[in-house]
Design a protein around this ligand. Structure first.
Ligand code: CUA
Length: 346
């Protein structure tokens, strides 16, 4: 009873969690990798249902037909030993079923393992960190985090490594999972077939905030992507904000040594997330809505949002007033009009 209730609860939570977020499902594939996985899910489910139903039917027939009847309490049925035909049949059928599953699985595995990037393809260095993602567009002078912009309909090669423990990169609607290890680089390509914002999750338990290590893949048209690249390359990290309160925030951002961990612009520094296009993001720390109140809370008490993060306790004290000003500064860092809102009109 308890176990069943637990399973039901888990299943409900799983279904609800998938519904709560847009584009976080493996059952509505919008990318090449996800399509391959989805086809295998359907195939294996059909094969398993066939086995389950056949066994249940035979089981039911045997239960009814050979049950103990009245007046037969001491009846011993005919004893049988060995049957070559039967044994051959129940050996050959599973072999056939396994082949039906194995051939497409191995084929898909090899298709997805094709890591030979063309010389002109887009390569992104992905770094997994507790509990955020860094993206370095190779040869483009673009460093960013949390939101991975890609052009739709193109293979984008991700060269992935971790700065600390093992993470796993997973954007279920467009691709399969890939472990992100500290020792070696793993490469995977993703390809989105439709424009849109695709939710990503860390899929390897990596610490207290593992479940909050969310990110997004934002697939836009090639034109919009080129525009985004240009916007990001033109960022002046020292640019003075328009609003006076944001200017004060900029001063505080430097005074409080925020720059010793965070970078704005194409600096490769990455103790903490790169904030170049922070104001363009829809989420704060991957999970909270990006607004001034949440950002103030994050600056004053990041532990309350992401337990175990590296920012907690690693910067001078910040008053609520100062946090508000820093928030004003960060939220106006919006170098590009190509934002998640403009991607995928659905
Ligand atoms: Cu990173 Cu779980």
């Amino acid at each position: 009873g308890k176990i069943r209730a637990f399973c039901l609860l888990g299943l409900t939570a799983f279904v609800l969690s998938a519904c709560g977020k847009e584009n976080l499902t493996a059952l509505d594939p919008k990318g090449y990798g996800a399509e391959q996985s989805f086809n295998l899910i359907i195939l294996t489910t059909v094969v398993m249902l066939f086995v389950l139903v056949s066994v249940l039917i035979v089981y039911t027939i045997v239960l009814i037909r050979y049950r103990k009847k009245k007046g037969q309490e001491n009846y011993i049925p005919k004893q049988v030993e060995g049957n070559k035909t039967l044994e051959t049949v129940w050996t050959v059928i599973p072999i056939i079923l396994l082949l039906i599953i194995a051939v497409p699985t191995v084929t898909a595995t090899f298709n997805l393992a094709d890591n030979s990037a063309a010389s002109d393809s887009l390569n992104v260095q992905v770094t997994g960190n507790q509990y955020w993602w860094h993206f370095n567009y190779e040869g483009q002078e673009i460093q960013t985090s949390q939101d991975l912009y890609i052009p739709v309909g193109e293979k984008v090669y991700l060269n992935m490594k971790s700065s600390d423990v093992i993470h796993s990169f997973w954007v279920p609607t467009i691709s399969g999972k890939m472990d992100v290890n500290p020792e070696n680089e793993n490469t995977m390509y993703i390809e989105a077939k439709e424009e849109g914002v695709y939710w990503g999750k860390c899929a390897e338990f990596c610490g207290p905030s593992h479940s909050l290590m969310d990110f997004k893949v934002i697939a836009v048209s090639q034109d919009e992507f080129d525009q985004w690249v240009q916007d990001m390359q033109n960022v002046d990290p020292e640019a003075e904000p328009e609003k006076a309160v944001a200017q004060e925030g900029q001063g505080l951002f430097q005074e409080k040594n925020c720059m010793s961990c965070h970078a704005i612009g194409s600096s490769p520094a990455q103790v903490g997330p790169n904030l170049t296009n922070f104001g363009d993001r829809s989420k704060l720390a991957g999970v909270k809505d990006l607004n001034k109140e949440n950002l103030k809370q994050w600056i004053m008490d990041p532990e309350s949002i992401k337990p175990g993060n590296k920012m907690t306790g690693n910067y001078p004290e910040v008053s609520e007033d100062e946090a508000g000003k820093i928030a004003e500064y960060l939220m106006q860092l919006q170098p590009s009009d190509v934002t998640p809102e403009s991607a995928g009109k659905e």
